[in-house]
Write a protein that binds this ligand. Structure first.
Ligand code: GAL
Length: 420
């Protein structure tokens, strides 16, 4: 009886083997796949891991990894805009979940609806509802999320703090007390880099000063940018800027992180791609070689952002792009990418044993903290607002006039239809 059952099983397996083609063979994809992002150089290893997975399944596709260097996409976004307006879209491009996607590319009717893929791949239940809402409208779902990054993190090297006799500040008041002491030691209190990192610092300070509820109210159009609350946030920001390095505008975010690693600076506020840089590129051990805290006065608050990839209308290699999106959204792809990148997976079933201690702590915080959206990385506002905000920031760096920039921000918010 047992023998005949075994024979039957063997026969069945043989039939399956010869008649059912494997998924990758069934598609027989070939030609090119051009993916566009700013994950070059130090930011490249995680993307390479995803491309490797894609190539395993689609060996005949030639992947063109079109990267334009520059943190937070400062250069890539400009190149992308030119290509999209010239009707030369890549097959798939990196875009932040939230207003950068919806208020820019979806509004301009440049993206394909991916609802069919979400249904087919079971992603409606794999990604948090709140995130799907952020990449969706009543007309569709417009990208596939690949990361959850945290923006409000303070980084430091524990051994250096010990040497200087200071602790990581939990509040900005504490920071402003220890900063002069650090300066006396010849240490830059807070490392800063090129202009977008100034916007990045601003959002952590504004969140600290306003609190999560008012931060959300600002982007919902319910709190004015020229209100006393927001003026106060700019004033605090001005005080903090005094303790940053003078060569900031000529440094990349990695170089600002290097300042902390080498002991030229005590702290840096940066998204947790800095954890990716320190652990993947610099081989530093989280908790030992580098430490972290929520940026001052933001404990219990998780300012998040999410990188995603979309399918532009007119993508030259649409089928290859869809296969790419499937890899990005898969548990396997996500868990190969995020541990190297310094981000957590947007999937709710991610395998946390693959992640280091910093990322495990980020995953725990993401579950229990109050989650708010980043401005500097596309969640809170569209590209019109962001472009104008960068110019206003330059004005602030020259004048330190909190009243004037607050007024300018309100005018910009009206123009960019924030909260409308
Ligand atoms: C962010 C992006 C991150 C990381 C960072 C630095 O905008 O979401 O994934 O690449 O810029 O370039």
């Amino acid at each position: 009886m047992k023998k005949s059952l075994a024979k039957l099983c063997l026969a069945f397996a043989a039939v399956l083997l010869f008649t059912v083609p494997q998924v990758s063979q069934a598609k027989e994809l070939s030609g090119n796949l051009e993916i566009f992002s700013w994950w070059a150089g130090d930011e490249g290893p995680a993307l390479q891991a995803l491309i490797k997975k894609y190539k395993e399944q689609n060996p005949n596709v030639n992947v063109i990894d079109a990267t334009v260097t520059g943190g937070s996409g400062v250069n890539a976004k400009a190149v992308l805009k030119t290509r999209m307006l010239g009707n030369e879209p890549p097959d798939s491009f990196q875009v932040h979940s939230g207003q950068e996607l919806i208020g820019t590319w979806v509004k301009a009717d440049r993206m394909e609806d991916l609802t069919f893929l979400f249904k087919e791949q079971g992603w409606m239940d794999a990604f948090p509802k709140g995130l799907i809402k952020l990449i969706g409208t009543d007309k569709g779902i417009w990208s596939v999320p690949v990361t959850i990054h945290r923006s409000n993190v303070l980084w430091y090297v524990p051994a250096n703090l010990k040497k200087w006799g200071v602790a990581a500040p939990k509040t900005w008041a504490e920071f402003l007390t220890i900063a002069p002491k650090l300066e006396k030691e010849g240490v830059v209190p807070l490392a800063l880099a090129e202009n977008w990192t100034v916007n990045h610092l601003w959002e952590s300070v504004a969140l600290a000063s306003l609190g999560a509820e008012k931060w959300d109210a600002l982007w919902a159009g319910k709190l004015r940018f020229d209100s006393p609350d927001v003026v106060k946030a700019w004033e605090l920001f001005g005080k903090i800027l005094k303790y940053t390095n003078h060569d900031a505008s000529s440094l990349s975010w990695q170089q600002a992180t290097d300042m902390v690693i080498t002991g030229r600076a005590a702290f840096n506020i940066m998204g947790d791609w800095a954890a990716g840089y320190m652990s993947t590129t610099k081989k530093m051990v989280p908790g030992k070689d580098f430490g972290w805290e929520p940026s001052p006065d933001t404990a219990g608050e998780f300012m998040f952002l999410s990188d995603s990839f979309g399918l532009p209308k007119g993508a030259p290699d649409r089928d290859n792009a869809i296969a790419w999106l499937k890899i990005i959204g898969s548990k396997e792809g996500s868990d190969a990418f995020n541990p190297l990148k310094g981000s957590i997976s947007p999937r709710m079933d991610s395998d946390l044993s693959k992640y280091n201690s910093y990322l495990q702590s980020a995953a725990a915080d993401f579950k229990k903290d109050v989650v708010v959206g980043s401005l500097a990385h596309g969640v809170a506002a569209n590209e019109t607002f962001m472009g104008g905000f960068s110019r206003i920031m330059e004005m602030f760096l020259k004048t330190h006039n909190a009243q004037a920039v607050s007024k300018a921000c309100q005018q910009l918010a009206d123009k960019a239809k924030i909260g409308k």
